[in-house]
Design a protein around this ligand. Structure first.
Ligand code: COA
Length: 203
């Protein structure tokens, strides 16, 4: 059994499931001034093109079609997050609830522009998604990471610590079996179980 992580008590982090949420300030008090200026919100379909550009500027992420990013920013908006600094998209996470496992959030891609890195932004964006109404029933988080992506391993292991949850990794998509040697293996990292984070508890 695990404890849930807390999010800022700031009311601006509270939200509903509507797709026209306004921009919300990031958590205050535990981050730098620059980080506090970053605004987190649900993506809109109009973000799709900027998402496409951001992903392209964040190796080693694989780019998807612009159409795919449009779908992420519309159909998957409730489990994705956009981060804005001075009106520019500086971060994006795409995620979805695994259709046959409604207690599991799958994080598809995490991207933070170079100017936004090292501020705790990716971690905050993950916790923002977990606090959404769409994630009320979520008790596990899964993602895949290539073996050499140290930043990504650090990000998700840090999240697991904050959730006080276990981590397990295994091969999900194998270099030879699935990628025909064209891509590194993608390791499945499964975190959980944990209680759903709550907005009202400081963390
Ligand atoms: C990975 C990435 C999203 C991290 O974004 P970020 O906002 O700088 O990350 P955070 O500041 O929230 O850091 C979260 C944790 O990861 C650690 N971390 C971040 N970057 C790291 C790096 N390059 N090497 C080692 N650890 C790193 C931080 O120290 C922090 O750990 P802590 O909570 O124990 O202090 C960003 O570097 C990025 O977009 N990289 C390119 C795309 C990518 O690889 N995405 C992940 C695969 S989906």
């Amino acid at each position: 059994m695990t404890k849930g992580i807390g999010l800022s008590a700031t009311s601006e982090l509270k939200e509903d499931d509507s797709n026209d949420d306004k921009v919300k300030p990031a958590q205050q008090g535990q981050t730098s001034d620059k980080s506090a200026q970053v605004l987190l919100r649900r993506p809109l379909s109009e973000d799709g093109a900027d998402v496409h550009q951001l992903i392209g500027s964040c190796p080693p992420l694989d780019t998807n079609s612009l159409y795919c990013n449009l779908l992420q920013a519309s159909h998957f908006s409730g489990t994705s997050v956009a981060a804005e600094l001075d009106g520019e998209l500086v971060g994006f996470i795409s995620g979805y609830i695994i259709p046959e496992r409604p207690d599991t959030l799958f994080i598809w891609q995490v991207a933070v522009a170079e100017q936004g890195r090292g501020l705790g932004l990716a971690g905050r964006m993950l916790r923002e998604i977990l606090a959404r109404p769409a994630c009320t029933a979520v008790r596990h988080l899964e993602t895949t990471i290539t073996p050499d992506n140290d930043a990504s391993w650090a990000l998700f292991r840090s999240l697991a610590r904050k959730l006080d949850a276990d981590c397990a990794d295994s091969v999900m998509f194998d270099r030879e079996r699935h990628f025909k040697g064209q891509h590194d293996s993608e390791m499945l990292l499964r975190i959980g179980s944990f209680d759903a984070p709550r907005n009202e508890v400081a963390g």
